[in-house]
Write a protein that binds this ligand. Structure first.
Ligand code: PLP
Length: 433
């Protein structure tokens, strides 16, 4: 039955989370998106194959580039973020490289926040140098410093909407204005907020990246990533993005922007990024993430409510020196979070213990409901000592700047009964002394 009234009006977020990108399988009627566990797709004839390879016709060739299960997930996440298109890949870290590849070249740089996930600081501070790329890290609250860090070789600004782990909230509209003035894209890692809490494109972001590993899958089963393009950046406005705006030798001279318009970045991500870097998401993982996204709008409010309850409890405890969470009224970023993320400031924060490093170790050792793991955004509550794990490769100054000093524990609050979460924190704090 076709409901024309429903088709005429834009669907709400919760509906898109369940339906976007999916339809009953044309071959079998299967209502859930099938796991297309196939490497290749049979061509109708030689002309069909040639048209697909020339990008004159959109279709499936080989699962390193495209796969119907992965495509459904791409379309769903693009819809949730309000983007023109999305490309999934094998991890959040892969998504960052996939987002940068069309923009960068030897000698070029990005400007990045000092308050980023530790693995990203290492990826940008060390590893990308092997490609001849570099990153300048700045405090995003110092807008003059952000402007000063941009030079003629800067090709993007990279930020996290909510930072891991320090509870910092980026003023995305302010940074987007700076990127606009400089004629460069703003890339927002929206992993900690998820599109349920924040849609960076509405605040001026050009590209959004995610680790699917976290809230979008939501149950700790998948390692994956995605790059969403707003479709709004004019890649041809300057000669700074030749791979998108000029004939690209890696695709027999195709001009992606001229040919695909708002879909240029997405086509480039598949036709060159996935083709040549090979950082593909497998269909089984895409299936798990599709299942997770269906319940995103139910899970996120519970994550946030539990995080507020846990943070309030901890902030009032004698053994706690500070809680860094923008959901608490005394956070320096509380008002900004309330303005940009009215549905909540996420469910990841740090707690600083008065007993310092030793108390952190005893506290983590005593937790029972919380799992001691290097992940976040799981339905389960998780804890980790960032300075000795996720942020270990950083210098002491970098750890403190990222909000991951030696006397803090990072908590990712799950969707369990809040009374059980607080009871576990209470007994662990007692054990920590
Ligand atoms: N971005 C953020 C904010 C993260 O917390 C992480 C991982 O913890 C990543 C990116 C990297 O994601 P992945 O582990 O899926 O590569």
């Amino acid at each position: 039955m076709t409901d024309t009234t429903a088709a005429a009006r834009p669907q709400g977020f919760d509906t898109l989370a369940v339906h976007a990108g999916a339809k009953a399988d044309p071959a079998t009627g299967a209502r859930q998106v099938p796991i297309y566990q196939t490497t290749a797709y049979q061509f109708r004839d030689a002309d069909h194959a040639a048209r697909l390879f020339n990008l004159q016709e959109v279709g499936y060739i080989y699962s390193r580039l495209t796969n119907p299960t992965v495509s459904a997930l791409q379309d769903r996440i693009a819809a949730l973020e309000g983007g023109a298109g999305a490309v999934c890949c094998s991890s959040g870290h892969a998504a960052q490289i996939l987002a940068l590849l069309p923009l960068m070249g030897p000698g070029l740089n990005i400007v990045a926040s000092t308050r980023l996930y530790g693995g990203t600081v290492t990826q940008f501070g060390q590893t990308i140098r092997r490609f001849g790329w570099s990153a300048t890290f700045v405090d995003l609250d110092d807008e003059a410093a952000v402007r000063a860090a941009i030079d003629e070789n800067t090709r993007a600004i990279f930020v996290e909407s909510i930072s891991n782990p320090g509870g910092y909230v980026t003023d995305i509209p302010a940074i987007a204005r700076i990127a606009d003035e400089a004629g460069i894209p703003l890339i927002v890692d929206n992993t900690l907020a998820s599109p349920y809490l924040c849609r960076p494109i509405e605040h001026g972001a050009t590209l959004v990246v995610h680790s699917l590993t976290k809230y979008l899958t939501g149950n700790g089963t998948v390692t994956g990533g995605v790059v969403v393009d707003s479709g709004r950046f004019d890649w041809s406005a300057s000669d700074r993005f030749p791979s998108l705006s000029q004939p690209e030798a890696a695709y027999h001279g195709l001009n992606f922007h001229q040919t695909f318009g708002a879909a240029a970045f997405t086509f480039h991500g598949i036709a060159i990024g996935l083709r040549d870097l090979g950082m593909t998401l497998n269909p089984q993982a895409a299936h798990y993430t599709l299942m997770g996204v269906e319940t995103l709008a139910l899970r996120m409010p519970r994550h946030v409510a539990n995080a507020v309850a846990a943070a309030e409890y901890l902030a009032g405890h004698d053994g706690v020196a500070a809680v860094s969470y923008a959901g608490l009224p005394d956070s320096p970023w509380h008002d900004r979070a309330a303005r940009l993320y009215p549905k909540g400031a996420g469910a990841l924060f740090t707690v600083q213990l008065k007993g310092g490093y030793d108390a952190c170790v005893r506290f983590i050792g005593a937790l029972k409901l919380f799992s001691h793991v290097a992940n976040l955004g799981d339905a389960r509550s998780l804890a980790i000592h960032s300075a000795s794990t996720t942020h270990r490769q950083l210098t002491g100054d970098q750890q403190v700047a990222a909000g991951a000093g030696p006397d803090v524990v990072r908590l990712s609050i799950g969707i369990e009964d809040p009374a059980d979460i607080i009871a576990d924190l209470e007994q662990a704090l007692a054990a920590a002394g």
